[in-house]
Design a protein around this ligand. Structure first.
Ligand code: ADP
Ligand code: MG
Length: 725
């Protein structure tokens, strides 16, 4: 009853009244058509079919879909919703929606609320403008969106949003969700099969994701005065502030009041949407913050991440902030990432990346741990391709984020255990008692790691006691991109592992011993991917090269991994993505990168020529005027001494102006040349010939910023952008 009363309270006012003593648990998920509400609004039959569809991944029967749609509509209308939309993750990043009203007319022209099973299950948005990389010609512009019952519908802004997949007319994935769901299935199957060695009760394994989202906040008025932020989401110029993050005082500082008001507000909205936000804190750079939820099943967690980013954007506007998800909005201070904490859990309540108290549990843990390490070793390049973006290149390998080299950190003790395991395990050397002792030892390690606050922050892929933390993911990215690769890589590995163990068992080797032997082989084979040292150090890339680990910094090069024969074979044998889908993802990736560099280059050229140079000339003219005055007062001879510095500045300014104008011309010429090429060559040309100008031109502008009269400077400076809050 209390629940109903709170629901009623929210119906009347969407916003929590400050100071009202409502517990989070009382309004949590109030805007979600979750299992509890389904039970209330659906017939028993309809409810059961939804549960069945969620558990098995099967489709829902059309007749039942009508009932579900009717229940969903009743609930949504009772919560004040007037429209509905299919909500999906196109390859643009972000999410897409097209709203339709529930309204329909009867034969007499009288309006009524309507929503059918057809509209719930499937739609055909005219989606010709979504990126598809050649998968869909515009004349067959239709893509289908189809309901994903494993992620519940929710209400955002009076619109019922139905999470859906987005596929082409011919069935190819045009989104992130479709392959993510397939990778989840592949992992489930492979992991359950391996779990059977240890526990026959396991029927389902899910991948879990707990993301940590970093972001910047900028005052809205200042944001509006920076065309580069508005158009490219990052600053293309700006001298570093005299003080930024060097005192390391922001990270531990208290959250500014205006910021915490914003956080409270978006958290409330998130709770209503069933997003379990748990942590909030300042980050390293000024005006940089982070939030993280309690981990959830990866598909749901990813929907929640995308949804929360949208809620944050909206809420920020209300607080006269802009939230920046770009990986590197400001040069010289830390960029933003999205750590993806990943683990596997069984339907018997076991975290497969957490050792237990029994030797059997620990061998199971070791099996999943070692197979994951091996998967990262084998598919490091692909994981790299999964986190590639124009924004993320500014972070990776830039001494503030893990490098582009995919390595795994385990912590000293666990690493030593694996080394010992490799040395000691062989048929004759170990007695069963010794094996048991070894397994028990393994159990103690991660506990040490969990309690250990001094974890390695420089590793892109770190084991943190009961999960792996993939830290190289960019803050604006869709988690599905790296997660579907990781799920598939581990699924593939586990399947091969099972084949190899079974082959030994066939040869009458005992199961335990067979597992020991194969694990030992894997530990030895994947040793080179393990790295315990400082990932930011200068020596690491050299050492990594010797170990055969690649270090791909170029975006087009990283993307090209998506279409190698090995990648295509890997995704096809796991039934996650096929050749055409991979080729289209590659096309979308290079097109997006090319366009982003093109836009940045245009914006910079425009700002340089139309904002900076005219201002600088004005300032230079005041200096010229002043020098002329001095000459009048002092006469030719003395004037040189008195006005010396002024004259120097006048000529320094001239040099910078010439450089800016010349380089801008060269950049435009480089663009022209690139634009004549086909897209596969164009992307390299933009990367290698156009992109470097962004830095070269900026240097001169940033120098001028320190020379020119502060009052005249046409753009808000870093100290304002980073410190006003
Ligand atoms: P830290 O700052 O130490 O990395 P946080 O508490 O900020 O840790 O966040 C870690 C994230 O990892 C949270 O989203 C949390 O829910 C998630 N997490 C914890 N345990 C697991 C697990 N077993 N599997 C996946 N994610 C997990
Ligand atoms: Mg973390």
């Amino acid at each position: 009853m209390r629940f109903k009363a709170v629901e009623e309270q929210f119906r009347r006012s969407a916003v929590l009244v400050e100071g009202a003593s409502v517990k989070i648990s009382e309004y949590y998920g109030i805007n979600v058509f979750d299992m509890e509400r389904m039970q209330r609004y659906l017939s028993k039959e309809a409810y059961k079919s939804v549960v069945f569809a969620v558990e098995t991944g099967n489709r829902i029967d059309r007749k039942v879909a009508d009932q579900v749609a009717a229940g969903m509509k009743d609930w949504a209308v009772s919560r004040g919703a007037t429209h509905y939309t299919h909500w999906f993750h196109p390859l643009t990043g972000g999410t897409a929606e097209k709203h339709d009203a529930f309204i329909d007319l009867d034969n007499n022209g009288k309006a009524f609320e309507s929503f059918s099973g057809n509209l719930l299950s499937q739609q055909e948005p005219d989606a010709s403008s979504f990126p598809h990389g050649g998968l869909r010609n515009t004349f067959e512009a239709r893509g289908y969106t189809a309901w994903d019952p494993s992620s519940p519908a929710f209400i955002l802004d009076k619109t019922l949003c139905i999470p859906t997949i987005f596929i082409s007319y011919t069935g190819e994935a045009l989104d992130y969700k479709t392959p993510l769901l397939k990778s989840i299935q592949a992992l489930d199957k492979a992991a359950v099969d391996v779990c059977q060695y240890f526990d026959k009760e396991v029927k389902k394994v899910v991948a879990n994701l707990g993301w940590e989202q970093e972001y910047f906040l900028v005052d809205d008025a200042l944001y509006q005065a920076r065309p580069d932020l508005v158009l490219t989401n990052r600053t293309l110029m700006g001298h570093s502030s005299a003080k930024d993050q060097q005192l390391e005082d922001h990270y531990f500082g208290s959250i500014p009041e205006r910021v915490s008001a914003f956080m409270r507000d978006f958290e409330i909205e998130s709770y209503k949407l069933g997003i379990p936000i748990k942590t909030r804190h300042n980050e390293v750079a000024p005006n940089q913050f982070e939030c993280a939820p309690i981990f959830e099943e990866v598909n749901l967690a990813n929907d929640h991440n995308q949804l929360m980013m949208e809620v944050m954007r909206r809420t920020a506007r209300r607080h006269h902030f802009r939230v920046l998800f770009h990986e590197k909005p400001f040069a010289g201070v830390n960029g933003s990432g999205k750590h993806n904490n990943w683990s596997m859990g069984t339907d018997t309540g076991v975290n497969l990346l957490q050792p237990g108290k029994t030797p059997k549990k620990n061998l199971q843990f070791l099996t999943f741990l070692v197979n994951t390490i091996k998967a990262v070793h084998e598919h490091g390049d692909l994981l790299r391709a999964g986190i590639v973006s124009a924004g993320n290149t500014h972070r990776l390998g830039a001494n503030e984020a893990p490098p582009s080299i995919m390595s795994v950190f385990l912590g000293t003790q666990l690493s030593k255990t694996l080394d010992d395991f490799e040395k000691r395990v062989s048929d004759e050397k170990m007695t069963p008692d010794e094996k048991t002792a070894l397994k028990l030892d393994i159990g103690k390690i991660p506990k040490i790691l969990l309690d250990n606050t001094d974890r390695n922050r420089t590793s892109p892929f770190a084991f943190t006691g009961n999960r792996f933390e993939f830290r190289a993911v960019g803050s604006s990215q869709n988690c599905a991109s790296p997660m579907l690769i990781l799920n598939t890589a581990v699924a593939d590995r586990l399947r091969i592992f099972k084949t190899e163990v079974d082959a030994l068992i066939e040869k009458n080797i005992k199961k335990d011993e067979a597992i020991f032997q194969i694990l030992r082989k894997y530990i030895s084979e994947s040793k080179n991917v393990r790295f315990e040292g400082n990932g930011y150090s200068e020596d690491w890339p050299k050492e990594a090269a010797k170990k055969g680990l690649s270090n791909i910094n170029s975006v087009p090069e990283a993307l090209s991994i998506l279409t190698t024969d090995a990648t295509i074979d890997f995704f096809e044998r796991n039934k996650v993505l096929n050749r055409r889908e991979l080729e289209s993802r590659f096309e979308v990736g290079i097109e997006e990168f090319t366009k982003k560099i093109q836009i940045e280059s245009r914006v910079l050229g425009d700002l340089a020529v139309n904002h900076i140079v005219p201002t600088v000339i004005k300032y230079q003219n005041t200096l010229i005027e002043s020098a002329r005055g001095l000459k009048e007062i002092y006469g030719e001879k003395e004037f040189k001494t008195v006005a010396g510095r002024r004259l120097e500045t006048i000529s320094t300014i001239s040099k910078h102006i010439t450089e800016i104008l010349d380089k801008t011309d060269e950049m435009i010429e480089a663009r022209r040349k690139a634009n004549r090429l086909d897209c596969h060559k164009k992307v390299y040309e933009y990367d290698q010939k156009v992109r470097p100008f962004l830095e070269k031109i900026r240097e001169h502008i940033d120098d001028l910023e320190l020379i020119v009269d502060d009052e005249m400077w046409p753009l808000p400076k870093y100290r304002e952008l980073l410190f006003s809050r």
